[in-house]
Design a protein around this ligand. Structure first.
Ligand SMILES: [Zn+2]
Length: 84
């Protein structure tokens, strides 16, 4: 299980890898979306939104025996090749 920060967005709660970033920074969600980070405010109603199933699966919540292998690499190597 990797450390993730949950972030409400578009009526779902998504997660991104790592600790919470300051407001205004762009983060890559585990499901592949890029959004602007906003501070976690648990009292707000959007924390009642359902979890994004992709983010939940990739964050490992609910399946603690599932290794997070390949999760970060998937994003780091998703670049076009140069020089051809
Ligand atoms: Zn998501």
């Amino acid at each position: 299980m990797i450390p993730v920060t949950w972030q409400p967005h578009a009526e779902q709660r998504h997660a991104y890898a790592g600790p919470q970033v300051p407001d205004g920074f762009t983060v890559m969600l585990l499901c592949g979306l890029e959004i602007e980070a906003r501070g976690g405010l648990p009292k707000y109603p959007h924390w009642l939104w359902p979890e994004c199933p992709t983010c939940r699966e990739r964050a490992g919540a609910g399946s603690p025996n599932q290794p997070p292998s390949g999760l970060v690499a998937r994003f780091d190597i998703d670049l076009p090749a140069y020089g051809h």
